[in-house]
Design a protein. Structure first.
Length: 1145
């Protein structure tokens, strides 16, 4: 159920309980500053909450951070403390928590009306850095001053450029700013101009507020940088363009910038912005490794700038941009800022730089809009090239996805510019950086009123009363019948009464119009695909929508029908709302289906809304009967009972017949898809067998064939993004295309993520044991599509890294629940509560019944294997017993739930300190201190095969190509040997890749591919433990947001050449039936005389080697899976020359 506050927060409020931005305020002019959060029209005094002992979590209960005059001490405590404070406050302010709600005395002290407080700078700013992160802004400015040929300097695409600003002139919204003076460009041989700036400009920016900093000399990893960001503010880096242009060569801006930088008083946390996270623009060329993110994210924050000249009533929108256009992300900015060892401190702010977009109206400053004064900008009542005194500049920002945020800055210059020293005063009013409303994950709150204007207070307090939601039963809809008004016979009284009547009619029309506008907003929400999906998957979402529609009907119900025009307007809006309720029912009953046709499919449903609505409006009267029908239809819909009854009598057969036929059809469909007694196959679910192991080989084993099996070899790839890309129906075609392309290339196994832990619409597990059904269905879809393409999946269950939540998220959940866990993420491997969380997740996955097939995951042969964790490392216990114990426990738990599927750990293959004889194989001494050990971890009984990763470009950055390939050969050979002689298990290279940034030509990448495939194939020919390899990673068009430096992306020519070579390796490396290989060798022999004799020789060798019952391993995934009987001997495979000729196309 959506979170609601006991405080009446109006639907259009900027401060609902889902936001809770932090700030600092003074309740009275003489009061001391103290921290607070915004909620509705109030500020919650955190010092009072702390004094009352309501911050009772393990981190904050003994902290005095809320007794400080700024937020710096809270920022220094780190993300666990921020999360604890947010969860505590949301609980205290919720409608179900009595601690604050029922304590009138504490409410009186802690909740202060926002219009009575003075907002202050929320942080003590230690340092201020401003970046230059917008490619569009950089290109425009460069074109202006250097020409289009040299618009963007060559270093810009390799590092986020920045300058160090003045922290002392960072001020809060509302602070007076003096128009700066300085030097400008000289005219001809004259000396430089000196005086007030003539080109005063705004810059549309946002800024990250640094939370926990880093130690001097210790850079922040780009994939962990988000943990160092407390939240975001809007920012205006005021600029004097004429002063800046003269002074910035060669060291950058100085006086043109340092005179003032304004930020908002409320800091919106990253947790509140999480629902609006989106993919960042693709970066080309790929950044250096320290800037290469696993997942590159921005936030979808729409930004606007308006200018209102003095004396003009209306403002003019001059800019519409978006935070998501930034080329360099916030996390990359932090990683670059600290890569030299620079230390950040709590309260530092990092500006994004001017945020410009690709369109002409998305330019983020007047310098670009006026093209340095060459163009005139038309406003309402004036024109501008740069800011003039008296201008008011309004910057707003909002997010629209599941919720709506609104951010606002207003700026005004009041002092005229004359010959005397100019004192331009720029007032910035309170920034409302907050959630505006939600129709999906929060309930639309309807506040009951006693007279359309005054909320009915439920509080017992006499002063500073905080209205509390009513607990009374909902008010039923009533129908006001037309009333006859008898005017007074006196002429004066008649005129007065007529004037009053006209006034009331106008008021009623305004009420109806406001309801109609609210219905428009709800209509836009209902028409969205994500809303339709939510309504289908969760009955509560439909109920919330219906509550909102009922609230609108209640408002209409209060409108008396004094006038025919009022009645007609009310009738039309009522019909519309009732029709919308019927549409909600149709969506729930799957009448509005993607690609199906009740109302022309979903696209037709949105395009033909009015027509659909008309049908629904009529349907509501057809399906309603009794005495209430006449009253309801006559008053609200304009129909009559007799007309309705005639239509009802005319279509009763349809009303009975169609549902009956529907039930029969649906039952038949269920039988055809789920019955085990069918004698014919379901076409979109091909028959597959489970994969097992026999010593060092994978085999396809079928229980119903007397223990027969066939050995198989794995050619595969990684595409970790399949589940996330399947969440929305519109992007599922990308997943289908990727799986289809892999199958066409001869690949047979795909490794992908079966996890996404945390918050937001793409999270599978949103809290321990709580799952997003829509995302679960996306995983269902991936499994079905894989099987349809005769592919199998390796599903990884959690990440060691922070991407997609990972082990860090599990530890955070424990901290948020008040569990006393250590500060390190390695508690994931040792703390009982965290391990229980993970076991619950394992059980939910393994016992999941696929919504598309009705088959449990544990019963689906399309799953090749489970992987416990991606690349586990336990840095706090480098000797490896903690991770060893965790793997043993979790592997036993998985096998207790699912004995049919294989299980692997997901380790990278590093040798630990206890296997000193192998440590020289590691890429460096650092590899032995990561808390994992290939031999120990892989030798655990319930682990069926060993996994190995190989990234020589990342692990050996200083070596040349030959050194890397020598290492790679040793690395692969060593692990295959361990699998053969020590582990007696198959060894699968589950990740390997070539850095496209370091390897400049396709030949470099091809050399790495050839090295891996040659070593593994050579092992397969000798029937050793090398069981296959999966390359990292493949992409298709439209999924560029998942690219990294190792991705094989269709858009890159170098990658396309590499992909051709990859196909050749896959085809030539297929382990095929020897007799078939011999036949193909003959087919190719006629190309040249020399090839003829080579092929004949190889064929004779092959035929001599083949016995009557012998057969080699088969290529996994092919339709014909030949079986060996147990105990049959398999000869050596053909030599390389034959395999090169016997290519399967």
């Amino acid at each position: 159920m959506a979170l609601k506050s006991f405080i009446d927060v109006l639907p259009n409020s900027h401060f609902p309980i889902q936001n809770l931005p932090f700030g600092v305020f003074k309740p009275e002019p003489s009061s001391a500053p103290r921290p607070g959060v915004a909620i509705g029209d109030y500020v919650l005094d955190l010092s009072e909450i702390a004094s009352a002992g309501l911050f009772d979590g393990p981190i904050l209960k003994n902290s005095d951070c809320f007794q400080q005059p700024n937020l710096n001490k809270l920022l220094a405590l780190g993300r666990p403390a921020w999360k604890e404070s947010r969860i505590t406050l949301q609980k205290l302010l919720s409608s179900t928590e009595p601690k604050l709600r029922d304590n009138a005395n504490l409410r009186q002290k802690a909740l202060v009306p926002m219009n009575k407080v003075e907002l202050l700078l929320p942080i003590a700013v230690g340092d201020y850095t401003d970046f230059f992160s917008s490619m569009h802004h950089a290109k425009n400015c460069g074109t202006m001053f250097r020409g289009p040929e040299n618009a963007i300097p060559p270093n810009w695409f390799h590092l986020p450029i920045a300058y160090h600003g003045r922290a002392s002139s960072v001020v809060i919204s509302g602070t007076d700013i003096i128009r700066p003076r300085g030097q400008g460009y000289p005219s001809g041989t004259s000396p430089p101009y000196f005086g007030p700036t003539l080109k005063l400009d705004y810059e549309l920016e946002m800024a990250a507020v640094v939370g926990s900093g880093n130690e001097l000399g210790k850079p922040v990893n780009v994939n962990e940088a988000a943990d160092h960001i407390f939240g975001l503010v809007l920012m205006n880096d005021w600029s004097a363009r004429d002063i800046q242009a003269w002074e910035y060569v060669p060291l950058g801006p100085f006086l043109g910038k340092s005179f003032g930088t304004t930020i908002s008083p409320w800091i919106v946390s990253l947790e509140a912005l999480e629902p609006f996270a989106c993919a960042a623009p693709k970066q080309d060329p790929l950044p250096l490794p320290y800037l290469a993110e696993k997942v590159s994210r921005n936030y979808d924050i729409q930004l606007e700038v308006e200018i209102k000249p003095a004396g003009v009533e209306d403002s003019t929108v001059v800019t519409k941009s978006n935070f998501k256009h930034l080329y360099w992300t916030l996390t990359q900015q932090i990683a670059h800022h600290t890569i030299n060892g620079c230390n950040l401190r709590p309260g530092d702010i990092l500006g994004t730089g001017t945020i410009s977009g690709p369109e002409p109206d998305s330019l983020g400053c007047l310098l670009e809009l006026s093209w340095n004064g060459q163009k005139t900008i038309s406003l309402k009542g004036a024109t501008r090239k740069f800011l003039e005194d008296g201008d008011e500049v309004i910057i707003t920002g909002f997010c629209k996805f599941i919720m709506h945020y609104a951010l606002r800055i207003e700026m005004e210059m009041n002092t005229p510019l004359g010959l005397a020293p100019a004192r331009g005063r720029l007032f910035l009013h309170c920034l409302d950086d907050v959630i505006k409303g939600s129709f999906y994950s929060t309930t639309v709150t309807y506040t009951f009123h006693n007279d359309q204007t005054t909320p009915t207070s439920q509080s017992n307090s006499t002063t500073n009363a905080v209205p509390v939601h009513s607990t009374e039963a909902p008010i039923p809809i009533t129908v006001h019948l037309p009333q006859q008004t008898q005017p007074n016979s006196a002429p004066a009284a008649t005129k007065i009464q007529s004037a009053y009547r006209a006034h009331r009619i106008r008021t009623l029309h305004r009420t109806i119009s406001s309801v109609d506008s609210a219905a428009d907003e709800l209509q836009r929400v209902i028409q969205r695909q994500d809303t339709v999906d939510a309504i289908r998957s969760d009955e509560r979402e439909k109920l919330r929508m219906n509550e909102a529609l009922m609230a609108l009907l209640l408002r209409l119900d209060s409108v008396p029908g004094w006038d025919p025009a009022v009645r007609e307007a009310r009738r039309k809006v009522s019909r519309r709302i009732v029709g919308m309720q019927e549409i909600l029912d149709a969506i729930t009953e799957s009448k509005v289906e993607d690609g199906q046709s009740y109302f022309w499919g979903y696209d037709g449903f949105t395009r033909n809304w009015d027509e659909v609505l008309a049908e629904m409006e009529e349907d509501v009267c057809k399906s309603t009967g009794g005495d209430e029908l006449e009253r309801f239809c006559a008053e609200h819909l304009g129909f009559h009972e007799e007309e309705v009854k005639e239509e009802m009598e005319a279509d009763w057969r349809d009303r009975i017949l169609f549902p009956f036929l529907g039930i029969i059809s649906f039952t038949t469909l269920l039988y055809l898809n789920f019955s085990d007694q069918l004698s014919f196959p379901v076409l979109w679910q091909p028959k597959m067998a489970f994969v097992g192991t026999n010593s060092t080989h994978f085999v396809v084993a079928e229980d119903d064939h007397g223990g027969n099996y066939s050995e198989i070899y794995v050619n595969g790839w990684n595409s970790y993004w399949l589940m996330e890309k399947s969440i929305w129906v519109s992007s599922r075609s990308k997943v289908s295309k990727m799986l289809r392309m892999g199958a066409q290339m001869g690949l047979t196994v795909c490794r992908t993520w079966a996890f996404s832990d945390g918050y937001g619409s793409s999270a599978l597990q949103t809290s321990p044991g709580v799952f997003n059904e829509r995302v679960f269905r996306a995983l269902d879809y991936v499994i079905v599509e894989a099987r349809k393409n005769k592919l199998r999946l390796i599903l990884s269950l959690v990440n060691n890294l922070n991407a997609f939540g990972g082990k860090t998220q599990y530890v955070r959940w424990a901290e948020e629940a008040g569990v006393n866990v250590s500060q390190t993420d390695d508690s994931f491997f040792s703390h009982p509560t965290v391990k229980d969380y993970y076991k619950a997740y394992i059980k939910a996955i393994l016992t999941r019944k696929n919504s598309l097939t009705g088959v449990k995951y544990s019963e689906d042969p399309a799953i090749f294997a489970w992987e416990l964790i991606n690349e586990p490392r336990c840095l706090s216990n480098s000797s490896a017993p903690v991770l060893q114990a965790w793997i043993t426990e979790m592997a036993a738990y998985v096998k207790s739930l699912d004995e049919k599927h294989l299980l692997t750990v997901g380790i990278e293959g590093f040798y630990g300190p206890k296997t000193t004889e192998r440590s020289k194989v590691n890429p460096g001494e650092w590899a032995a201190s990561l808390g994992s050990d290939f031999i120990q971890n892989s030798a655990i009984d319930n682990i069926d095969f060993a996994s190995v990763h190989a990234y020589p470009d990342s692990w050996i950055q200083k070596g040349d190509s030959e050194a890397k390939m020598n290492f790679l050969s040793r690395w692969v050979d060593s692990h295959i040997s361990d699998g053969e002689h020590l582990l007696k298990k198959p060894v699968l290279i589950t990740e390997f890749g070539s850095s496209l940034r370091m390897n400049k030509t396709p030949e470099d990448t091809n050399l790495l591919l050839k090295t891996v495939y040659d070593r593994v194939y050579e092992s397969a020919k000798k029937r050793e433990a090398g069981a296959g390899a999966l390359i990292w990673q493949l992409l298709v068009e439209g999924v560029d947001e998942y690219a990294d430096q190792f991705s094989l992306d269709h858009n890159n020519k170098k990658v396309r050449d590499t992909k051709v070579t990859l196909e050749i390796h896959i085809r030539n490396g297929e382990v095929t039936h020897l007799r078939h290989a011999a036949t193909l060798a003959f087919r190719h022999a006629f190309l040249t005389i020399r090839e003829f004799w080579i092929a004949i020789s190889a064929t004779v060798t092959a035929l001599n080697a083949v016995g009557p019952g012998a057969a080699p391993p088969q290529a996994l995934g092919h339709a014909a899976e030949h079986r060996n009987t147990r105990g049959a001997t398999t000869p050596h495979l053909l030599k390389n020359a034959v395999f090169a000729s016997a290519t399967i196309i």
